[in-house]
Design a protein around this ligand. Structure first.
Ligand SMILES: [Cu+2]
Length: 248
């Protein structure tokens, strides 16, 4: 009996440890603003645990593009070169806009096989860059299979600002979606006092709107999580709508 209790305890610890750390599609630029002094943005794509600094393998994405002013989509997949993030395969590129405007970068990964959760994970991940102060229509959906449409301007924010967005799934707001939030703890200076505080969590309301206050400077990732109607390769497919926002 004692053995069984011990086994159960170990199982529970493993279970909770697994829940505490969340995967995030990561699309991190070296700036959220381009100007005369900084004309090129360097972007890094990975699939990682941003707070804890644990990496996973990111296969070359199924798609990677930039939407210029929400409209013209420029395919950038062939511009990606291999790199490493947190000790695992990641991808990078650089991009120099030819004109002022708003540049939304998006990658759509090949679904990641997660044996620990017996599912596949597809995080469609985006980040918005304001070039020469011309980013204006930042509240327009791109029409992705799932995405977060910002209600807070997704660039030029102070630490301590609220970030608000609508989780969209198949073109419609997704009520009561669970949104996981993580800080990109790049230099490892932040410590969570306990496992459960690594990932923060909020729920969207009945209109799919969620709200979160970002307490620190740096990049914050928001992942609205739903399950696809159709399984993928015989398993459940987690559909993540991810956006990264910088707080200054
Ligand atoms: Cu993971």
């Amino acid at each position: 009996m004692k053995k069984l209790t011990f086994a159960l305890a170990v199982f529970c610890v493993a279970l909770f440890a697994g829940q505490a750390s969340a995967h995030f599609g990561m699309l991190i630029p070296d700036t959220d603003e381009l100007s005369q002094d900084k004309r090129t943005v360097e972007l890094t794509l990975s699939f990682s645990h941003p707070f804890e600094g644990q990496g996973m393998e990111l296969e070359k994405p199924a798609a990677f593009f930039v939407a210029v002013n929400n409209e013209q989509k420029v395919d950038l997949l062939s511009s990606l070169t291999k790199t490493e993030v947190m000790g695992h395969t990641a991808w990078k590129t650089s991009f120099t806009p030819k004109a002022p405007g708003m540049y939304t970068f998006v990658f759509d990964p090949v679904p990641y096989k997660e044996d620990a959760e017996n599912n596949y994970i597809r995080h469609i991940t985006k980040v918005v860059i304001d070039a020469y102060g011309e980013g204006e229509e930042w509240n327009t959906p791109l029409g992705l299979d799932t995405e977060i449409v910002p209600l807070t301007r997704p660039f030029g924010n102070y630490a301590g600002n609220v970030f608000q967005g609508v989780v969209m799934l198949d073109g419609k707001p997704a009520p009561y979606t669970r949104v996981e939030v993580e800080y990109y703890n790049k230099d490892g200076k932040r410590q969570a006092p306990n496992e459960r505080m690594v990932t923060q969590e909020v729920l969207a309301d009945g209109q799919g709107v969620f709200t979160f206050v970002c307490p620190w400077k740096g990049w914050w990732g928001f992942a609205g999580l739903n399950t696809a109607e159709q399984p993928y390769e015989g398993r459940e497919l987690e559909m993540g709508a991810v956006i990264w926002v910088n707080m200054q």
